[in-house]
Design a protein around this ligand. Structure first.
Ligand code: PBG
Length: 336
């Protein structure tokens, strides 16, 4: 963008003038963060157990469904428009092919029904689509001769999506990075009468080391072991490739596209917003939360100030919505 200076530079222009008082800073404020921009990821436990702390995500807990309902009540009260659910699947329900993903009575579907029953349409419910919570090998898709196979996986993801939509998901969020899954899931949802259910595509999802604490939280870290997801998630050096992914997902019917992780990939958020001008989400992932939380615990950073600054940075980069483990805390801080 070109600047034209009709009034000339310093001393007629003094940028400090508009920074001089708090009220003036409010007037010239270019980007704002509100609770309405936030989506809160929640980890769901089976049964009726007490909340479990997650060591690598200090301050975040796994909750049983009854407690999840209380958490969501707080989220609604704080103005948060949507939550995202992730299941903690017991080891004995994991299998090589992750069949539990397509059990209509699995933890996610049960939780979704309970949430819908309690909250009706007053909160959006994002359900993740991928097989890693359910597979013994921790990969997002089906393994055949050591390879994560694409098309066979997509067929399972379609069934998983339809079941989640039936259970009450308002947004299906495929996080698996298989090729062609957005179009296939859209067709499957429509064929089952779920044309009003949105798809939020993890479009630019990188093979990142910042997902470590999440894998602890859902108990897939041990399953994945030394494996990695580099044959389907993007390599961190790619930028144009992210635009290609986004273009394809939009063409296939994605309503919202997502970048993940967040802070290390703000350039990707900006490019998507500038080049496509579509609803854009960003995921401040577990490792990003953990870094801030750990430094704050040691007294090295001001937790609340750094939390709000990092979230505002996403808005400035162009994100319309932010998935963050800080969602409730941030919404409450913004209200006070
Ligand atoms: C599963 C999934 C992952 C995350 C969201 N969905 C982990 C992964 O891809 O290994 C990461 C979220 C986070 O780190 O906060 N497909």
């Amino acid at each position: 963008m070109a600047f034209s200076f009709s009034r000339g530079p310093y001393p007629s222009t003094r940028l400090r003038r508009t920074r001089g008082q708090a009220w003036a800073r409010e007037l010239v404020c270019e980007h704002r963060l509100t609770p309405q921009d936030l989506i809160w990821p929640l980890f769901v436990l089976p049964g009726k157990t007490a909340a479990e702390p997650i060591a690598s995500l200090p301050g975040v807990h796994r909750h049983c469904i009854d407690d999840i309902l209380k958490q969501i009540e707080a989220a609604v009260a704080a103005g948060i428009p949507a939550v995202a659910l992730f299941p903690v699947t017991p080891a004995d329900l994991k299998s090589d092919d992750g069949d539990e993903a397509t059990n209509p009575d699995n933890l996610i579907c049960t939780a979704a029904r309970a949430i819908r029953e309690r909250f009706g349409d007053s909160i959006g419910l994002v359900c993740d689509v991928a097989l890693d919570p359910y597979t013994t090998h921790g990969q997002d898709g089906l393994l055949r001769q050591g390879q994560v196979v694409n098309d066979e996986t997509v067929a399972v993801l379609c069934r998983q999506s339809v079941l989640q939509a039936e259970a009450g998901a308002s947004i299906i969020a495929p996080s698996d990075m298989m090729d062609g899954r957005i179009g296939a899931i859209r067709r499957a949802l429509d064929a089952a009468g779920h044309e009003r259910v949105m798809i939020m595509s993890y479009a630019a999802k990188y093979a990142s080391a910042f997902y470590g604490p999440f894998r602890d939280a859902v108990g897939s870290a041990g399953n994945l072991g030394k494996g990695d997801k580099k044959t389907y998630q993007m390599q961190p050096s790619s930028s144009d490739e992210a635009m290609h992914e986004v273009a394809l997902d939009l063409q296939e019917g994605a309503d919202i596209v997502m970048v993940k992780p967040g802070l290390p990939y703000l350039d990707i958020v900006r490019r998507i917003k500038s080049e496509f001008a579509v609803p854009t989400a960003v995921y401040q992932v577990s490792g990003e939360y953990a870094m801030l939380a750990a430094a704050a615990e040691r007294g090295w950073l001001d937790r609340q100030a750094c939390m709000l600054e990092s979230l505002l940075a996403f808005r400035r980069a162009g994100a319309d919505m932010i998935l963050t483990y800080f969602a409730l805390e941030a919404a409450q801080a913004l209200a006070s």
